[in-house]
Design a protein. Structure first.
Lengths: 245, 325
């Protein structure tokens, strides 16, 4: 079983988000970057599958050299080798094209990603990779099992879940529940230093979109406090003032 | 060059998000000086199809290929892409739901189109076609410039108000050829979570956290939700320790939601939680700690013990409903 796991480098979940004064770029100063949490779930499931079925787990990241710390972390968690496509991941189609290009010749049985990255929240890359490769995809999957050349997945849908079966190869995007992320141990951290990390230059591929400007959500007005012994006053405000019930 | 909108349905009925998407598409069509064509997949009655006209669709393509009765993202993408080509659509609108998220990226590749997901405002068309979306898991907003002839926009649920704009639509049966290879993945069983309101589409969400002290105390949360016709949700720690199922977790690494009313009970309001809920229209925080960060993000707050406040609140909701019948 050859598994490719796509990881992205995102601001830590506790990071306060701010932008440069002109609003044109994310202000990275003082921000710690982590492996996108959903990608980490995908990586863990990939390692579990490798442990039960044999094979290998390769991680791929489209990013500049500063993402290598997190690529090494993925190797420490247990991936066998890594590929970094040396480019700024500014557009989903561009990123998906780079990964699809690598995957075309890689002979992977399974390509896993997180359900979305927690920075741009596009949920675009996995579906685009699948379409570029002409293979099935299952999004927001909470469970993944393999039986021979068939995979069975559970994906979240509105108000429930759907069981989907698909032949290999396929792309799936991971949601919480697919696996519990692992913490790298000392042996993993030591061995990660010498595992192969190949750097390739990007293929010429267009970027369809540009994130041109950012802003913070509008600030809330001060919170109106209601006495704890009179919740009925809350209902009154929700009805007469907020007009939502 | 009309705007094409995919109107999602479930069990033969359109979803609220479908009407939001059609409204969004029609308002976009007005900006572009064109008309709105809706595409629907599934066995939907003529009367139900005509509903889309109320929100401005002047033409409706009805796809009834029985192979599409179960959702298959590849095949849906093929059908919508073909419709976009046949209609010469410049903009394609979908809902940013589980279905929309599964279809839109494939559609973008097929149409070589730029895709902006989770958009919250109408596009603006100056020298550039720009649209605003949520980013950084709700901690920020970004303006995305779409640099291709065809643009795909998926509308964040509950973010765009439905606008009535009655039109008398023409209804056309539309069944383009779909390659067999689109049906390699097969949708089997659908397991519904027991008759509850879906948290991502719900207009009211009642959510609770560690302040509830244990899973056995969730009865009052569920009762309050039932009285309000609300969905239930929870904070991350509560899902992580198994008090509540993962699918209820809202926040940065759970579901991002934007209901009309979000009631948070015994949730302190960590930045990761707020990121997933701060686009709710009205937020109520109930917490015994008057310094809880949630009060800074809420519109209304009650500083008090949930075990005393929530039962009283349930009584107040019952009394309100009784007096407004």
């Amino acid at each position: 079983m050859k598994i490719l796991v796509c990881i992205s480098n995102v601001p830590d979940t506790t990071a306060r988000i701010s932008f440069t004064p002109d609003g044109k770029a994310f202000n990275t100063s003082g921000v710690q970057f982590i492996i996108n949490p959903y990608d980490e779930i995908a990586l863990t499931r990939a390692l579990e599958l490798k442990e039960s079925l044999g094979g290998s787990v390769t991680v791929i990241n489209v990013g500049k050299p500063d993402t290598e710390a997190n690529i090494r972390k993925a190797l420490a968690i247990g991936a066998d080798d890594a590929i970094r496509v040396n480019a700024d991941p500014s557009d989903a189609y561009f990123v998906a094209s780079q990964i699809a290009h690598v995957a075309k010749t890689g002979g992977y049985d399974i390509i896993l990603t997180g359900k979305e990255s927690i920075d741009y929240n596009g949920s675009q890359v996995p579906g685009m990779i699948a379409e570029l490769l002409g293979i099935p995809s299952v999004s927001v999957a909470t469970k993944l099992t393999i039986d021979g050349t068939t995979a069975t997945l559970e994906r979240e849908i509105d108000g429930g879940k759907e069981i989907v079966t698909t032949p290999l190869p396929f792309v799936a995007s991971a949601q919480k529940g697919m696996a519990e992320p692992r913490i790298p141990n000392m042996r993993g951290i030591m061995s990660a230093r010498t595992k192969p990390l190949a750097v390739t230059e990007p293929q010429g591929s267009p970027a369809f979109t540009v994130n041109e400007k950012y802003e913070l959500p509008p600030a809330k007005a001060a919170c109106k406090m209601i006495p704890a012994d009179n919740p009925a006053a809350l209902i009154d405000l929700l009805h007469n003032e907020a007009k939502i019930i | 060059m009309p705007v094409l909108v995919f109107a999602e349905s479930i069990d033969g009925k359109f979803k609220k998000s479908a009407f939001e998407a059609v409204s969004y598409a029609n308002e976009t069509a007005k900006i572009l000086g064109t008309t709105t064509t809706a595409i629907s997949v599934g066995n939907i009655t003529g009367d139900d199809l005509k509903q889309l006209g109320e929100y401005g669709a002047s033409k409706i393509l009805s796809v009834t290929d029985s192979r599409l009765n179960n959702f298959v993202n590849q095949a849906y993408a093929s059908v919508i892409a073909q419709a976009a080509k046949d209609e010469g659509a410049e903009v394609v609108v979908l809902s940013n739901t589980y279905t929309g998220k599964a279809v839109a990226p494939r559609l973008a590749v097929k149409l070589q189109a730029s895709l902006a997901t989770g958009v919250i405002q109408l596009p603006s068309k100056g020298d550039k076609f720009t649209v605003k979306k949520k980013s950084f898991s709700g901690k920020a907003l970004s303006e995305v410039v779409c640099n291709t002839p065809v643009k795909i926009l998926s509308v964040a649920p509950n973010s765009f108000t439905i606008i009535k704009s009655p039109a008398t639509p023409s209804i056309t049966a539309y069944n383009p050829a779909i390659p067999d290879t689109d049906f390699r993945s097969v949708s089997g069983e659908i397991v519904k979570s027991s008759g509850k309101v879906s948290v991502t589409e719900a207009e009211i969400v009642v959510s609770a956290g560690r302040g509830m002290k244990g899973p056995e105390n969730w009865g009052m949360v569920e009762e309050l939700a039932a009285e309000l016709g609300a969905a239930t949700a929870c904070s991350k720690p509560v899902a992580d320790i198994g008090w509540r199922p993962h699918h209820e977790h809202v926040g940065q690494t759970g579901k991002a939601i934007s209901p009309n009313l979000y009631i948070a009970i015994g949730i302190s309001g960590a930045i990761q939680h707020l990121a997933g809920v701060n686009s709710s229209k009205v937020i109520v925080a109930i917490n015994k700690d008057p310094e809880a960060p949630f009060f800074k993000a809420a519109d209304y707050g009650i500083a008090g013990d949930a075990f005393e406040v929530v039962p009283k609140l349930i009584e107040a909701v019952k009394a309100f409903k009784a007096s407004h019948h």
